[in-house]
Design a binder for this molecule. Sequence first.
Ligand code: SAM
Length: 259
Amino acid sequence: MVTSVIAMSPYISGVAAWQESWDRQQEAYLPDREHRFAVMLDAVDAVREATPPRLLDLAGGTGTISLRALRRFPDAQVTLVDLDPALLALATASLGDRATIVTADLSRPDWVTALPHRRYDAVLTATALHWLSADRLGVLYPEIRGLLRPGGLFVNADHMPDDDLPELTKRLVTRAEEHRSARFAAGAALSWSQWWHQAEQDPSLAPLVRRRHGIYPSGHSPEWTPPISWHLSALRNAGFTEVGTLWRGAADAATVAVR
Ligand SMILES: C[S@@+](CC[C@H](N)C(=O)[O-])C[C@H]1O[C@@H](n2cnc3c(N)ncnc32)[C@H](O)[C@@H]1O
């Protein structure tokens, strides 16, 4: 399936509250989530040219990166791509005409044809590409490179354990899981499945959540999370000129690749 550019803002009641609730749910898994976004946007700032930055928010969900990018660079031209009808409706209701919102499946090579532009200053993504297979990601990385201007950046923040710290990483992950479980048990935060259950109770989101069940039958990612060395090597193979680690925290990291 390729794709449509969503033109009309759907009516979602309490969209700001849904955005806040999404952020709290994601932060239950990624306590340093805002820091990742700030680091990403610092990198965009560092390679800015005289023209307004053109940014692609890949698997952008509710528009978290797009909204923060527009706060930082109000003149930015932002494109958001995702496949989830419920999250895209929240993104569309929040971003309005400040971004171009595209429905496309990143597991298919034709996703690029749905974009409104062929050149971007930066492609940014968070907590998303582990939904794709190793084979697909090995092809997606060169596709992303093809969308960047020379000197443009690709930043991917995701679960990417450090190869050199296997035992410590396991312990850090276990500790984080225990802490998270205690917070869920105490009602301090909603889990992924609780959030989706709550969204399905909202009359304006319910039909979209039901459509989502057909798109993601298991409801969540396959949790394929290779170590950071896998990503760095795939990025080098994709032909980027500079490749490295922009940020790290426990089992997560943000890779950066410069065209
Ligand atoms: C955990 S969410 C993260 C969303 C957002 N980047 C954030 O940080 O809040 C993962 C996102 O990846 C999207 N995604 C997963 N597989 C996809 C695919 N094949 N094509 C497009 N988007 C996909 C999901 O729809 C979801 O919005």
